[in-house]
Design a protein. Structure first.
Lengths: 441, 252
């Protein structure tokens, strides 16, 4: 299918929804949507010729025709889904099914002082400037077709806003469930806006869970704005189903002295692409990026990360690890750009991959673009099988060879999980890994 | 307990062991000394079943069974333990996790009940004091960022927990300062028993001041060229290995 053909249904759907009055809301939102669809029309879906998409063929996503649910939600088994999505039930949370907000499953009562948390639609309705000032300013539709598409069909999503100095003790959970709501595959465009006032502190979890046996497409966009000296830990967990497509864009702008840790853990999904972009705008901003991607069967997982050192003395520390079995295909495309004013930048990037079968494939592509002259930058990428010395060490202690291999696979993955600062989640993920690799127990 | 007869082994095309004969009885501690590249570590690895060593001749009988026919993990479960010269670092798995899995594999093989987390913790706490190791090390990733001394203590801790019948210590003294050496030797000595044999491989006599062997053998060019009592170590310390090399040359 030609790119121009595959975009037609989206342009038509946009016109249809607009004509039917599906896009209500203030004028600024209308403009944002219009700009989104215009960008998408100009860009179309990316092809392998696009350098940033050269290892990921999105044809399976573009070839499907989808419906976008608007308000109707089929019943879901809430408690069970919360458990599977690793949500801590005592913590504040917003729950969405196929992109539609579900107040009944959410928990927004008795929020701590200084925290505003609710659905994007609620914030838009109130229209007090908070959302209008930030939405679309960070995740740009320019050059990013999936952001453009998300923006064009902007409906609901999540907003968390912390007042300056507000320090949260509990994490915030944002859960996005994809189910089979209709006879046709479902598409959703969740939009998440996370605003951290100066000196605030928060831990925010986005958990994506697919429970559909049919194809679906979740096209999520998150914008995070880290105020001066704020401290934020963001965690993205993807457990999409065997037929689920997911493109997740995470765009963060960090002010002076802001410290952000962002974890991205992909456990399953037919085709998953993560676009992560961090701009270290303020002097001394810091980001720590941890990634773990596990894929089996014919799954495809692509992590594209772009870190921009804009101001001096900012640091970035990136570790992404992939474990691929079956005929899975993994991609790591990590780019670091140090702008010319960003002297004394310190950027370190590591990508490690473990191939558990002969037919698993990984494409690892680190890229450095440095325009300043006084910087420390390093990158390293490894692709390999399990270490024979380590296997022998474990066997010499009594573990058989399959147990040694599964223990080492567990260890490889757990090395990322242990860096999580959310105790409850760390334990539950470790248990998940033991279940997945734990033949040795 | 262990009978090695005319054992020959290659690494790649190179013959490293060229006819080793050694008998180790229950409760005995044998030291194997020798200059660099004499085949000491190769012997340790062949006994523990390392894959890239090919046995080309001879036999090894352990408790009446053909040791060379066993996979490395079966040897471990049958009671053979190798303390590594260079213990492997495994990020992402704690000593506790790993050692509990190993112990339960061994116990299962021996027809004993597997230990649960509480029982295992009680056992390991008891063994920690043997090597003066702090409990915090147990929860850290296995050997990652451990100092040389901590790694070697961890080896002896594993030995204490797995309770082997035959322990092989491969240059356990290498890279240790005198305090660490004393602690490790203390741990090893506490594990000496009439039912347990040990083979202590070392380049230097120093270790044998603390772990006093019943027998000493000198390995040179892939053969045991001299055996004797602990006094042989003192002679080697005084005279070095050159006189042994001359003796061997003269005999040929």
């Amino acid at each position: 299918m030609l790119a121009s053909e595959s975009k037609e249904p989206y342009l038509a759907a946009f016109e249809q929804m607009r004509a039917a009055g599906a896009f209500s809301g203030p004028a600024w939102l209308e403009q944002l949507r219009q700009a989104g669809i215009a960008s998408f029309d100009g860009l179309g879906f990316p092809t392998l010729k696009n350098e940033d998409w050269k290892y990921t063929n999105i044809e399976p996503i573009a070839a499907q025709s989808y419906v976008q649910p608007n308000g109707e939600v089929q019943s879901v088994h809430g408690a069970e889904l919360l458990t599977r999505a690793l949500v801590e039930t005592a913590a504040p949370r917003l729950v969405f099914v196929n992109g539609v907000y579900l107040p009944a499953l959410s928990r927004t009562a008795d929020l701590p002082r200084g925290l505003r948390l609710g659905s994007l639609a609620e914030f838009v309705k109130r229209d007090d400037g908070l959302v209008a000032d930030e939405l679309g300013r960070h995740a740009s539709a320019e050059g990013q077709p999936f952001v453009a598409l998300n923006t064009a069909f902007l409906g609901d999503g999540a907003v968390a806003a912390l007042a300056p100095g507000c320090r949260l003790e509990q994490p915030i959970y944002l859960l996005f469930i994809s189910t089979s709501a209709t006879a046709r595959p479902v598409i959703s465009h969740p939009r998440i806006l996370l605003l951290l006032g100066a000196g605030s502190e928060a831990k925010i979890v986005e958990s994506y869970l697919g429970v559909s046996g049919k194809a679906y497409f979740c096209n999520a966009v998150t914008e995070l704005v880290g105020g001066a000296d704020s401290v934020v830990e963001h965690f993205r967990l993807q457990q999409e189903s065997d037929k689920g497509f997911h493109v997740g864009t995470f765009d963060a702008s960090l002010a002076r002295g802001c410290h952000m840790t962002a974890h991205a853990v992909t456990l399953s999904g037919a085709l998953v692409r993560n676009n992560l972009r961090v701009r270290l705008n303020g002097e001394g901003a810091e980001c720590v990026l941890n990634g773990l991607y596990l894929a089996d069967g014919k799954q495809h997982v692509d992590n594209y990360t772009l870190i921009e050192h804009v101001s001096p003395r900012a640091t970035s520390l990136e570790l992404y690890k992939g474990l691929l079995g079956g005929s899975a295909h993994g991609v790591f495309n990590g780019k670091i750009v140090v702008h010319k004013d960003a002297q004394k930048s310190d950027a370190r990037q590591t990508n490690k991959n473990l191939l558990l079968s002969d037919s698993a494939v990984i494409d690892s592509k680190p890229q450095l673009e440095i325009y300043a002259d006084d910087v420390k930058c390093s990158h390293g990428s490894t692709i390999g099988q399990l270490d024979a010395d380590a296997i022998f060490y474990l066997r010499s202690r009594g573990l058989d060879a399959p147990a040694a291999r599964s223990l080492l696979s567990f260890a490889f993955a757990s090395d990322v999980v242990r860096r999580l600062g959310i105790e409850n989640l760390r334990q539950r993920l470790d248990e998940y890994l033991v279940d997945r690799f734990g033949a040795w127990l | 307990m262990l009978d090695i007869k005319s054992l020959r082994a290659n690494v790649g095309d190179k013959e490293i062991l060229r006819g080793i004969d050694l008998h180790v009885g229950a409760g005995e501690v044998h030291a194997i000394m020798g200059p660099n590249a004499s085949g000491k570590s190769t012997l340790a690895h062949v006994l523990s079943g390392r894959e890239n060593y090919q046995v080309t001749g001879g036999s090894v009988t352990y408790q009446g069974k053909d040791l060379l026919a066993m996979a490395p993990e079966i040897r471990a479960r049958e009671g053979i333990f190798l303390a590594f010269q260079y213990p492997i670092e495994i990020p992402g798995v704690s000593t506790t996790y790993f050692l509990k899995a190993a112990l339960n594999a061994v116990r299962k093989h021996r027809g004993q009940d597997e230990l649960d987390a509480m029982e295992f913790l009680a056992l390991i706490k008891d063994k920690l004091s043997l090597v003066q190791m702090s409990q915090t090390l147990l929860n850290r990733p296995l050997n990652e960022g451990f100092s040389g001394g901590e790694k070697k203590r961890n080896e002896i801790l594993q030995m204490a927990v797995l309770d082997p019948t035959l322990a092989i210590l491969d240059e356990t003294d290498s890279g240790l300062d005198i305090d660490a050496l004393r602690i490790i030797a203390g741990g090893v000595n506490a594990l000496r028993s009439p039912n347990r044999a040990m083979i202590v491989i070392t380049h230097y006599q120093r270790l044998l001041d603390y772990i006093v062997p019943d027998f000493i053998h000198v390995l040179y060019n892939g053969r045991i060229v001299k055996s004797g009592s602990k006094d042989l170590a003192l002679e080697l310390e005084r005279k070095g290995y050159d006189w042994i090399k001359s003796e061997v040359a003269a005999a040929q």
